[in-house]
Write a protein that binds this ligand. Structure first.
Ligand code: DGY
Length: 329
């Protein structure tokens, strides 16, 4: 294939040099190593001439974008979540959509636990207090938090990531309960040492509630004011799923009123423009959507996205095809 005939691909956000180098061996690559997020018009302009695009969670892949890309054969989303993509619009146009499942499960589960500990043991606020020069004397009655060990962990959403979070509970002698759209097979429940509960029962029983469901119309505000109102006053609430799954203003109001102990949040509705109410809360630990952000895992995600794209543009079935029913262009 001559250089001119090589398929053109766009990588919408900064990625690993080695991944770009391997893409350049086969494709004419338009990269964005400057990493300024592409506005919708710019994304459309640069994707228009491409056979493939590697997208990130904040890139809206809409029907209008797809219509501007007559040569496009694959959208390789570099994320496990695909809520930024209009999946039926891809399928109707014969465009393959892939994601990056599996490679980020343990890293994301680790971050859920990091948030659990940080929120329960007040790691961030006490660090801030110390740096601000307030530590004048050791205090027996200061900085009391909530115990993680022997507490009840409730996981809402028991896909691969939810199960990885649940399995870690055994290490801290926790009682693990879960809620999922469908109850897990007995062998999976046993592997996680987890017992099934209805959502309301879980919300009322768990000391730590971790939300780990995909986002879509069915899970929009799955956790709203009513559900949050069921939490124990000592509960710690964790969201590593997606903004939009939780009604953030309702959560801000709950935390502000001290109606639960604390929250640890990695994702926000309308991120990065999160509800400003969160910023003044001492009982919330906030991270900027970094649950999968270990170097090894982000590299694994980038490599899988590149493998998906390469397979699709070589006429093969990509390893993690989301719209399996698609008839490729
Ligand atoms: C995902 O993969 O969906 C994460 O939210 C981004 O790493």
């Amino acid at each position: 294939m001559s250089v001119q005939d090589r398929p053109r691909v766009l990588v919408t956000r900064r990625t690993f040099d080695e991944v770009l180098a391997s893409l350049r061996e086969r494709f004419d690559v338009d990269d964005n190593q400057g990493d300024v997020p592409l506005a919708p018009d710019e994304l459309r302009r640069r994707a228009a001439a491409c056979e493939g695009i590697i997208t990130a969670v904040a890139d809206p892949v809409t029907a209008a974008l797809l219509d501007a890309c007559p040569r496009l054969r694959i959208v390789a989303n570099c994320a496990v979540g695909t809520n930024n993509v209009d999946i039926p619009a891809c399928t109707e146009r014969g465009i393959m959509l892939t994601n990056t499942p599996g490679v980020l499960d343990d890293t994301t589960a680790d971050h859920a636990w990091a948030l659990m500990f940080a929120a329960a043991r007040r790691v961030v606020s006490s660090d801030r207090w110390l740096r601000d020069g307030h530590w004048k004397a050791w205090g027996f009655m200061d900085w009391h938090g909530v115990d993680v060990h022997h507490a009840t962990l409730g996981v809402i959403g028991m896909g691969r990531i939810g199960q990885a979070i649940a399995r870690r509970g055994a290490g801290f002698d926790m009682n693990v309960i879960y809620h999922n759209r469908n109850r897990l097979p007995a062998a999976d429940e046993a592997a996680c040492r987890a017992s099934y509960r209805s959502m309301d029962a879980l919300l009322g029983e768990a000391d730590f509630v971790v939300v780990s469901v995909p986002y879509g119309p069915a899970t929009h505000h799955l956790i709203g004011a009513r559900e949050l109102g069921l939490l124990k006053p000592t509960a710690v609430f964790i969201n590593i799923a997606r903004g939009g799954v939780v009604d953030d203003p309702a959560l801000v109001a709950l935390l502000k009123a001290g109606r639960i102990a604390a929250a640890g949040l990695d994702v926000f509705e309308n991120e990065p423009a999160l509800d400003p109410g969160f910023l003044g809360l001492e009982n919330a630990v906030l991270t900027p959507h970094i649950a999968s952000a270990s170097r090894a895992t982000r590299l694994g995600m980038a490599e899988l996205a590149a493998r998906n794209l390469t397979a699709a543009l070589s006429g093969e079935r990509p390893p993690s095809l989301v719209n399996a029913e698609v008839t490729p262009r």
